[in-house]
Design a protein around this ligand. Structure first.
Ligand code: NAP
Length: 499
């Protein structure tokens, strides 16, 4: 089979500071724009997960890391950010090749990854131990200490950004990390691992601080979660997998944070700025080809506006440019993998069976240019009820269902009728209505007159089946630490049982 030039990443895992080929089974990673094999990456074995966990535990306990003052620990994050910037074009091209995403998007994700390391470094440098108010002749202090070994498990949709979102605060917290990338997209995590290894070496820090362990989730991921030395797992991925991990964590009484799936409502009120809402609704679902946890996949339009808005929306969606991620004008790039494209197509077939009308899309694009890639046309469905399976299950592809509502009560009832609670968009000129609705919607993030904007300063996470815990913000580091309280006696008076 032909090899893509992006196969510059050696087939090596990072195991407790050592780069070497994993002893597990090989897996091919494919460029979804062409169907060509990019690289073969051997999984690590369960024995190698053991080795990595032991190396991580040693590194986490090493005074050269554990006793480092926060501003010195922050140097690792600053250096990583600089190295990401220096390799930005390579990382973006690699992520485009491995995930199919448009280069415009992967460039922004790489820049955000560097920003995440820098912001977290600054948060670490300025973090303070809390002296707490006391109620006696003692001083009390609440300290934050490292957990030790953190398992970080990520999905395939935005590896560079999700890796940074976990690695930066986990390292800042004084831990060592076992990172498992998705089997379909290991290349960016391995490339990032090379940069961090370089920074670790330059700063003379313990080599086992980071392991990058490719392989199947049910084997390598499971071994990381269940390992006795793993003290916390931070997971991003599907709700079913998150639940499996939470069960395993419960047995160990280990903390987990879970960033899971979504089926987010995007709401257009009758007074919305129509042009802004059209652009925002399209971007909310069709950017990243819908492979975004926060994708606005259920569109609720005020009944009086429904026909005209959805009519215009369909015209605009039909104009979206579908193409390879490397083409500068591509708006909708291929899906991550042919198998995932087939799963999206199966969802649309099932929607037809549920009585959906396909207003546009609903198939792979015609033409030779799209023959070998994992393409699927941006699709708008109508004629379904919010209780249909199509509206209740996450599709994770470029598929939008248009629904209507009659008044605020009906809107809130339908929007909240979902097991998920990740995100929501509201398009309106009425700031009071936006405020009222935003407070009533079950979602970890609500965007008003914007969508899919992210700031590292702002906590992110889900409600209900969309997850547990929050990432990002200054407090993000605390999620990777244990809190310990100290009491310091200051009184000369005898203690209660003193003679
Ligand atoms: P997934 O199947 O749950 O996989 C996510 C990761 O977990 C992969 O690395 C996977 O390995 C691993 N894994 C699978 N089974 C495991 C197990 N038993 N123990 C430990 N690890 C295991 O999810 P996906 O299909 O890759 O990603 C799509 C999902 O991620 C969607 O539901 C999406 O909404 C969600 N997501 C959520 C957020 C958020 O922030 N809320 C962000 C992005 C994506 P393999 O690669 O071998 O399967």
């Amino acid at each position: 089979m032909l090899r893509s030039p992006a196969a510059a990443v050696p087939d090596e895992a990072l195991i407790a500071g050592q780069w070497r080929r994993g002893a597990g089974a090989p897996a091919e990673t494919v460029d979804p724009a062409t169907g060509l094999v990019l690289a073969t990456v051997h999984a690590v074995s369960v024995a190698e997960v053991d080795e990595a966990a032991e190396g991580a535990a040693r590194a986490a306990a090493d005074p050269a890391w554990r006793s480092l003052l926060p501003h010195l620990r922050a140097r690792l994050l600053h250096r990583t950010a600089d190295l990401i910037d220096e390799s930005a074009e390579h990382l973006a091209a690699l992520q485009t090749a491995d995930t199919g995403k448009a280069l415009t998007e992967t460039r922004a994700l790489v820049a955000s990854a560097a920003g995440t390391f820098r912001y977290t470094a600054a948060a670490l440098e300025t973090a303070e131990e809390a002296i707490t108010p006391s109620r006696g002749d003692y001083v009390t202090m609440s300290r934050y200490e490292p957990i030790g070994v953190v398992g970080a498990i990520n999905p395939w949709n935005s590896p560079v950004a999700s890796d940074a979102q976990k690695l930066a605060p986990a390292l800042a917290g004084g831990n060592a990390v076992l990172l498992k990338p998705a089997e379909w997209t290991p290349l960016v995590s391995l490339a990032l691992g090379r940069l961090i290894t370089r920074a670790i070496g330059e700063l003379g820090l313990p080599a086992g601080l980071l392991s990058v362990l490719p392989g199947r989730g049910s084997v390598v991921g499971d071994a990381i979660v269940r390992h006795p030395l793993t003290g916390k797992v931070t997971f991003t991925g599907g709700t079913d997998t998150g639940r499996t991990i939470a069960h395993a964590a419960a047995e160990k009484l280990m903390p987990v944070s879970l960033e899971l799936g979504g089926k987010s409502p995007t709401i257009v009120l009758a007074d919305a700025d129509i042009e802004q809402a059209l652009a925002g609704v399209m971007f909310g679902i069709f950017s990243s080809s819908g492979q975004s946890c926060v994708a606005g996949s259920r569109l609720f339009v005020a009944r009086e506006l429904y026909d005209s808005f959805v009519g215009r929306l369909v015209e605009r969606v039909e104009e979206l440019r579908v193409g390879p991620g490397t083409a500068p004008d591509t708006q909708v790039a291929p899906l991550v993998h042919h198998k995932h494209r087939d799963s999206v197509a199966a969802h649309v077939e099932r929607a037809r069976g549920e009585g959906a009308r396909v207003l546009c899309g609903g198939s792979v694009p015609p033409g030779d240019a799209y023959r070998d890639g994992a393409y699927y046309l941006p699709t708008v469905l109508a004629g379904l009820d919010n209780t249909s399976l199509t509206c209740q299950e996450e599709i994770f592809g470029p598929v939008l269902v248009a629904l209507d509502f009659d008044g605020e009560e009906d809107l809130v009832r339908q929007a909240n009728d979902s097991v998920y609670g990740l995100a929501c968009g509201i398009w309106t000129r009425d700031h009071r209505a936006a405020w009222r609705i935003a407070r009533r919607i079950d979602a970890g993030t609500v965007w008003i007159n914007t969508y899919k904007q992210f700031s590292i300063t702002t906590p992110f996470g889900g409600l209900k089946d969309s997850g547990l815990g929050r990432e990002k913000s200054r407090d993000g580091i605390r999620a990777y630490q244990r809190q310990k309280s100290l009491y310091w006696g200051t009184s000369d008076a005898p203690l209660p049982w003193a003679n």
